[in-house]
Structure formats: C-alpha cells, structure tokens
Design a protein around this ligand. Structure first.
Ligand SMILES: Cc1cc2nc3c(=O)[nH]c(=O)nc-3n(C[C@H](O)[C@H](O)[C@H](O)COP(=O)(O)O)c2cc1C
Length: 371
C-alpha cells in the first residue's frame, strides 16, 4: 500500500450513527472482523501478544500437532513473485510445514496468552493423522489450555501428505466428515474447518464439514503452485539442496480465486446451512479487500501474508478503511452488508439467462487459431 493512500484514508469519521466493526460470530465477541490467519504471524506467544496489542479482532495460531518431532521445516521455504516494478510482492509461495515447536510448549503459551489478554479471541489451528484418539486428544488438551475456538487445518497443500494430513484429508468428503465428527464429539468450543482450494468443487467438501456439525468454515488455504524455474541453476524455486516440491501460493494474486470460492461457499451456506459462519481468506491487504469478502458472505476475514508484508500495525489502517466504506454506504454494522453482493451476482445470472438479447445474440466468428 503506498504511503500516500494510507495517510489520506486515516481521516476521522464524522457520523452521527458511527458504524461499528464489532461482531459476534459463533458466540465469539470480536472487536473487529480482522483475524490473523494461521502461519508465521501467529508462530509463538510473543507475536500473538503483539497482534492483540495492535488490535487484531482474533488470532489463529500457527497449526499445531501432538508430535512436533515428526515435523522438519526446511530453509529456504519461500519464493516471491514481484510486480512489474520489481518491488511489490504480489505472489508468495511457501513450502513451510506446520509448527515444529513442542506441543507442551504451545499449551503453556496458550495459557499465558489468555492470562495476558483474557478478552482476546485465541483460536488453535490443529492438524492430526487419521486417528480418532489423536484428534480427541489435541482438542481436549487445547481447550483445557483455554483457547476460545478451533480451526481444523484440512488444507495445507504440501504439508505431510505422506501422513495423510492437511489437504490429503480435506480433499475426500467422507474422510473429512468422519474427522469433523471426531472433533465435534470432543469440542466444547466453536470449530471452523479450513478448506483447501485445491479441489474442483469446494462446496462439496464444505458441505461435508458442515454436515458433521462444524459451526463454521474458513477458506481458502494456499493454492498448489510452482513459483518458477531459476534459469541459472535450472532448479524450480524454492530449492533446498537441489530438491523442491510444489508449495502453497498466497498474497494479492490469489484474491480473485479466494473471492470466487468464498462466494460459492457462502451461497451454499445460505441455502443449506443458514446461521453457520464463514471466515474469508486469501490476498487480503486492505479494508476494501475485507469489504469485498464480507459483501460476498464472509463473517470474518483473515490476513496471513499481508501481515508478513506490512507488519502487525496494518490492522489499524484496515479498520479505518473498512469504517470509511461503511460510512460511505451508510452501513452501521457488518451484518448490514454481509452477503449483499453475492445476492446481486445470483440475480445477475438469472437476469442474463432471461434476457432475450443475451439468448439470441449470435456467437462471434472464431479465429482460426482458437480451440
Ligand atoms: C508462510 C506461510 C505459512 C502458512 N502456514 C499455515 C499453517 O500452518 N496453517 C494453516 O492453516 N495455514 C497456513 N498458511 C495459509 C494461510 O493461513 C492462508 O490461508 C493463505 O496464506 C492465504 O491467505 P493470505 O494470502 O492472506 O496469506 C500459511 C501461509 C503462509 C504464507
């Protein structure tokens, strides 16, 4: 975000009926809808406390599992795509796994964070193998440590497929449904299932999680990708000792895909599971981006790579921008505009289908090279 834009948007609001960003989702009271997405920005006690201090609405910690010893993170694990100016990062690939920090240390830190910020909404992101005992244990121990909610990571594209974890689990509706059932049998706190975009129809997997009883969904995790091939070394990026693997793509470039998937999930929730929640994720960097996710049906929004690019303080700017948007349209609460544009898009579709001019228009002649 250019500095000039940041400053000009910080104009104080002058409304009689001031809009509010405060929202309650699945019983969780958030001061604003901006949530730290699971990843490096929520990787330990210090940074999570910093996020609460800066005013984030909630924090989702880096994904944890019972046996951190099985997780080996490599370096380098990021590769970036720059805009034409060679400076702005618009795409970000990572081959980072879930947390490699001991589960017992995480539990201590969850307790300390809740002691320091009792009102702060702390969400544990959890991932385990296909074992009922393991999922029940991780849920019970995290909730004993005081977390406010869970996000089940069914969506890491590169992490631990050999253990059938992450997206390997989240791409099969029957397995996803069974695991969500195990989690729900133990959870006394709200549960969100985090969905992978690396499927043909995200609604089918989302439906499986909601049928099993999850209170909400979060979408999207990263998109499976190869950032590029280094033309000097002839190795794909990022390369670790000459080897690589496809990773997960995030940042600004994924926003259009994330918005499409959020719209599809929200439409399904509205017709089949009214009242369930949705946390929109993917390339968010501004209050305007957040407004778009909410207009398409999100209750909250998550930011991960944006925090890595701009720092924790960016939440203040995002809140201001979202308030400016609400003031402009005379929306007083997030509920006043949640899902509004999704409804428009449905109407558009049926309107197009009915329009005689659209139906009768002759197709353009195809160029010879097209297929
Ligand atoms: C370096 C990195 C590590 C991540 N680690 C996790 C993780 O541990 N668990 C998880 O559910 N998502 C993880 N994510 C995915 C993000 O939470 C988010 O879904 C995705 O990056 C898209 O949002 P963004 O464009 O705001 O980053 C990670 C993303 C990045 C960039």
């Amino acid at each position: 975000m250019p500095a000039a834009t940041r400053v000009s948007l910080l104009v104080p609001l002058t409304l009689n009926n001031m809009p509010t960003l405060a929202t309650t989702v699945d019983g969780l009271k958030l001061p604003n809808p901006f949530v730290i997405g699971s990843g490096p920005p929520g990787t330990n006690l210090n940074v999570i406390n910093k996020a609460f201090k800066e005013g984030w609405g909630a924090v989702i910690a880096k994904t944890v599992s019972l046996e951190a010893g099985k997780v080996v993170n490599v370096t380098p694990r990021y590769a970036k795509l720059y805009a034409g100016d060679g400076k702005e990062v618009i795409g970000w690939e990572n081959i980072e796994l879930i947390s490699d920090r001991k589960f017992s240390i995480w539990l201590e830190e969850f307790k300390k964070i809740k002691d320091a910020y009792p009102e702060g909404i702390l969400i544990a992101s959890i991932m385990e193998e296909f074992s009922k005992d393991a999922w029940v244990e991780i849920v019970e121990r995290c909730q004993d440590a005081g977390v406010d909610a869970f996000e089940c990571n069914f969506s890491c594209p590169h992490g631990l497929p050999e253990r059938k974890m992450g997206a390997a689990m989240g791409q099969v509706p029957e397995i996803l449904s069974e695991v969500c059932g195990w989690v729900m049998s133990a959870a006394k706190k709200p549960v969100w299932a985090k969905m992978t975009p690396n499927v043909t129809r995200i609604q089918d997997l989302s439906r499986a999680a909601l049928r099993a009883g999850c209170q909400g969904l979060a979408a999207i995790n990263t998109i499976r990708s190869v950032m590029g091939v280094n033309l000097d070394t002839l190795r794909p990026e990022p390369t670790v000792e000459g080897f690589t693997t496809p990773g997960g793509y995030s940042s600004k470039a994924v926003k259009p895909i994330a918005l499409r998937m959020v719209m599809e999930i929200a439409t399904m929730i509205r017709s089949e599971f009214p009242g369930r929640s949705l946390s929109g994720i993917g390339g968010l960097e501004s209050g305007g981006d957040a407004a778009q996710f909410i207009l398409l049906g999100s209750d909250t929004v998550q930011v991960c790579t944006g925090v890595m690019k701009f720092g924790y303080g960016c939440v203040k700017q995002m809140c201001n921008e979202l308030l400016q948007f609400m003031e402009k349209h005379k929306f007083e609460t997030l509920a006043d505009f949640k899902g509004r544009s999704s409804i428009t898009s449905l109407r558009m579709r049926s309107w197009c289908a009915c329009r005689p001019s659209a139906r009768q228009r002759k197709p353009r002649p195809q160029s010879k090279s097209s297929w």
